[in-house]
Write a protein that binds this ligand. Structure first.
Ligand code: SAM
Ligand code: SF4
Length: 463
């Protein structure tokens, strides 16, 4: 792994940045770009606001809860800014894009509001701040597609956005407002970036898009996600490829065939169903029925019986009845997802659903949310128990968060696996990190599998 420029570069005086990222992996990837650009301009990342000359929040606007956290952070910075007027405070990401100058009206101590297509210009915007009191840069369409490879945090995985924006208009969702229209990067640009990331030591890449399975449509040259996967699969030393998130309407047979046929592509599909009720799906503007979703599950499992399916669900959408909710429970019972994210509906200003009364009481939303989460843990525990004694190909990602004496990795289907370290004293980087090893599952909880590395030849080390 080459030296991290953010750690090794000596910062110019007054060039220490604190950056906190909220929300999805797309935001993490955008934060990487900002940090890389700032590093080129002599900035160094620090761990706390107290040491920083610039504080940046990369924000999420999908639910009010995410925005409330940022409002809390910004409110708490008021006194710090009063005591250190030279301190710069910036808000980027989806909340910045949604609120624009309103953010500065509400929090006058914020200097900089930077939208989702403008963050790559962060150093230039900071330079301009010298002469202007506030800057609000939220225009769409100015994202530099041919961005140089940003420095990524050291690690096994690197996130690679392959498209930005979204052309769906789900009635509850702010993403089309905050991220704009769908636009895909070219396969050549993506391949170039992935090759550089692999050369820098990353063995897994995760391709990102709001509807990643729609990749290529806007290029108009026949590019598809299936074609992109086949192209990237050829890169030597790249061990694993993942992609998130897929829309049920865009999962083609061509894509499922590619996932099934390409050994490096994770047998894992994140395809949010959102609800098991046709009535609610119609009101959500999702453009598929529950039967369409069932057919997708069938098509995927015909090709890959072991494929792991992951879904998102929203509970408490306006007018959701007990019967609608029971339909969602039925879908979960039928499909048996390998994982599920469950969200309580949050009314977002400007969306079509905001015209409907948010009429499911919070207590009911909470109860429905807990019900689905509990059900999911039961399903996962059953699936995990069935894996006892089996050998999984696990990409070892690093030390386990709950027990640093153990390692953590992911199966080809994206299950969490914990295994013992291979080095005796645990003082150095374990040589298993970044390798795919065969692990025999010995026990499990609803969330995690525990196993031992099998003493047989597995997939050779990727590097
Ligand atoms: N593009 C992806 C898709 O269509 O599946 C996901 C985008 S969104 C950032 C991630 C998840 O947040 C969605 O799948 C949905 O379940 C949830 N979500 C979006 N808007 C929401 C809202 N207003 N209230 C609650 N959950 C929401
Ligand atoms: Fe939002 Fe729907 Fe687009 Fe996903 S597909 S980002 S939920 S509008």
């Amino acid at each position: 792994m080459p030296p991290d420029p953010l750690v090794s570069a000596a910062p110019a005086a007054g060039r220490r940045v604190y950056l906190e990222t909220f929300g999805c992996q797309m935001n993490s990837a955008d934060s990487d770009v900002v940090i890389a650009r700032l590093a080129e301009a002599g900035w160094r990342r620090v761990d706390g606001v107290a040491e920083a000359d610039l504080i940046l929040y990369n924000t999420c606007a999908v639910r009010d809860h995410a925005e409330a956290k940022v409002r809390g952070r910004l409110g708490a910075l008021k006194a710090l800014k009063q005591s250190r007027p030279a301190l710069r405070i910036g808000v980027m990401g989806c909340m910045a894009q949604r609120e624009k100058a309103d953010l500065i009206r509400r929090f006058p101590h914020v200097d900089l509001v930077v939208g989702t297509d403008q963050f790559a210009h962060m150093p230039q915007l900071l330079d301009r701040l010298g002469g202007e009191e506030h800057i609000v840069a939220t225009d769409f369409g100015d994202f530099e597609d041919a961005q140089p490879v940003p420095a990524r945090a050291e690690g096994v995985n690197a996130w690679v956005p392959v498209m930005r924006g979204c052309n769906y208009n789900c009635t509850y969702c702010v993403v089309p407002f905050t991220r704009g229209r769908e636009k895909s990067r070219t396969p050549a640009q993506i391949e170039d970036e992935v090759r550089r990331l692999v050369a820098a030591g990353h063995v897994q890449i995760t391709l990102l898009g709001q509807t990643v399975d729609a990749y290529g449509k806007t290029l108009g040259d026949g590019s598809t996600l299936a074609g992109l996967l086949r192209r990237l699969h050829e890169i030597p030393d790249l061990a694993r490829i993942r992609f998130v998130t897929s829309h049920p309407k865009d999962i083609t047979d061509e894509l499922l065939d590619a996932v099934a046929q390409l050994p490096k592509v994770a047998k894992h599909l994140h395809v949010p169903a959102q609800s098991g009720s046709d009535r609610i799906l119609r009101m959500m503007g999702r453009r598929y029925t529950v039967d369409d979703y069932r057919r997708f599950v069938e098509r995927a499992r015909q090709r890959m019986p072991q494929v792991e399916l992951l879904s998102d669900f929203i509970v408490g959408f306006p007018r959701e009845t007990d019967a609608d909710f029971a339909d969602t429970v039925r879908l979960m019972d039928e499909v048996r997802f390998a994982g599920a994210y469950v969200f309580m509906y949050s009314q977002r200003p400007g969306t079509a659903a905001a015209n409907l009364a948010d009429d499911v009481p919070v207590a009911v939303k909470k109860a429905r949310c807990n019900h689905l989460l509990d059900l999911q843990v039961v399903h996962q525990a059953e699936q995990h128990a069935a894996l006892h004694g089996q050998i999984l190909e696990v990409l070892v990602e690093g030390p386990s968060k709950s027990d640093p004496q153990m390692l953590h990795g992911k199966s080809l289907g994206n299950r969490n696996v914990v295994l013992p370290r291979s080095d005796a004293d645990g003082s150095a980087r374990d040589p298993l990190i970044g390798r795919i090893v065969p692990v025999r599952v010995q026990r499990s909880t609803g969330l995690t599998l525990f196993g031992e590395v099998e003493p047989v030849a597995g997939t050779p080390p990727p590097r």
